[in-house]
Design a protein. Structure first.
Length: 375
């Protein structure tokens, strides 16, 4: 069967039997490209090598098309950031191949499957792969890699701007919601897709407004017995009132310096924190960058502007080191704001200061307030 015809037949059969995958596949251009070895997507189109299509059965190609569709639906090309490309490709494959198989489709035998990753987000899987990196083949090729992820570019061949990425993300979301609606009417929604749709359609609070509310909701002006003076209680076991300060006191900002947070996200966040500090009177702001360990700590006194933070590290993601650093160094902390994707599993016990998680991910935390970042 001629490769282009096989692709067309695979899309048609998916439309009839797996309308979620088929609807998205029909919405995307499929382009022949001999420069790639297998198939690939940049979120805007799907590329295929005719030789790869020719040597696999129609059922396998249907599975690979669904695989590429899931890369698009989950916006994997837009979520690469500064992550290692090969590990990100592996993580995303582990995240979606199980969905494809559970939907009753087939994949080439070499596809990455592991039940321990079932139901996990690609970012979580990526962090685990970073801690225990898989070995590379001697010739540098990966037999499992039948669906590459390519970072999208504009018509000028340059990387997309943040506004262009946002526009592409919105277009994909609309396409996915429409595909879900079509599949739902036919009673053929693949397992796990409902959760994806809930994330796309849930009502989200504007994160910067939530940030202001977090600090303005309680602006102390006197002493309080509600919270003991930690230094007096810890050193002398004497229960004394703590100071209710005017303003917002000592603030700690923790920044996930793994590959989860983009420079644009970080710039907007720091801009908001500078405005809050100026208008609400922070006594100090300490910025802690952390991936799997503390990478940097810098304190800004009252009136100082938080300059651009160079979030070094770019490893996996852990949050416990920040809480440990605050405790072990008796760091003044009236509130902690943690900017992260929350794809972590090392949450400590809840501290005695308020915590706001500003997250670019879709998970929850066992304590504190969580607000999704709309950037």
């Amino acid at each position: 069967m001629e490769p282009t015809f096989k692709i067309a037949k695979a899309k048609t059969q998916l439309m009839l039997r797996q309308p979620f995958f088929g609807s998205i596949a029909m919405s995307l251009p499929f382009i022949e490209d001999t420069e790639i070895d297998t198939m690939a997507t940049d979120g805007k189109k799907i590329l295929f090598n005719p030789s790869f299509v020719d040597k696999h059965s129609l059922d396998e190609i249907k599975g690979v098309v669904a695989h590429e569709v899931m890369h698009v639906a989950l916006q994997h090309p837009l979520r690469i950031g500064e992550r290692q490309h090969r590990l990100w490709n592996m993580a995303t494959d582990y995240a979606i191949n199980q969905i494809v198989i559970d939907s009753g489709l087939s994949l080439p035998d070499c596809g990455l499957l592991d039940s321990k990753f079932k139901g996990l987000a690609a970012e979580t899987i990526y962090s685990r792969l970073l801690e225990d990196p898989p070995e590379e083949s001697e010739d540098g090729t990966d037999s499992w890699d039948f669906g590459k992820i390519i970072e999208p570019q504009g018509d000028d061949g340059q990387a997309l701007s943040e506004s262009e990425k946002s526009m592409l993300s919105d277009e994909i979301s609309v396409m996915v919601i429409q595909a879900h609606s079509s599949a739902k009417m036919q009673g053929k929604v693949p397992a796990g897709i409902d959760d994806l749709i809930n994330q796309l359609t849930e009502s989200k609070v504007n994160w910067d407004e939530k940030l202001w509310l977090f600090f303005s909701g309680s602006r102390p002006e006197d002493y309080t017995w509600r919270t003991p003076n930690r230094k007096m209680y810890g050193a002398y076991n004497i229960y004394m009132p703590s100071m209710d300060r005017k303003g917002i006191g000592h603030i700690v900002i923790a920044i996930d310096s793994s590959c989860s947070v983009s420079s644009a996200d970080l710039s907007k966040f720091l801009s908001e924190m500078n405005a809050i500090s100026e208008q609400m009177g922070a006594e100090s702001i300490t910025v802690i960058c952390c991936d799997t360990k503390i990478q940097s700590v810098k304190t800004f006194e009252a009136g100082e502007i938080i300059e651009e933070i160079n979030a070094k590290g770019r490893g996996g993601t852990r949050v416990a080191p920040v809480f440990k650093h605050i405790e072990e160094n008796d760091l003044p902390c009236d509130a902690l704001v943690y900017f992260t994707d929350l794809y972590v599993s090392d949450f400590p016990d809840a501290p005695d200061y308020p915590v706001l998680w500003v997250t670019t991910g879709d998970t929850q935390a066992p304590f504190g307030e969580v607000v999704r970042a709309l950037l």
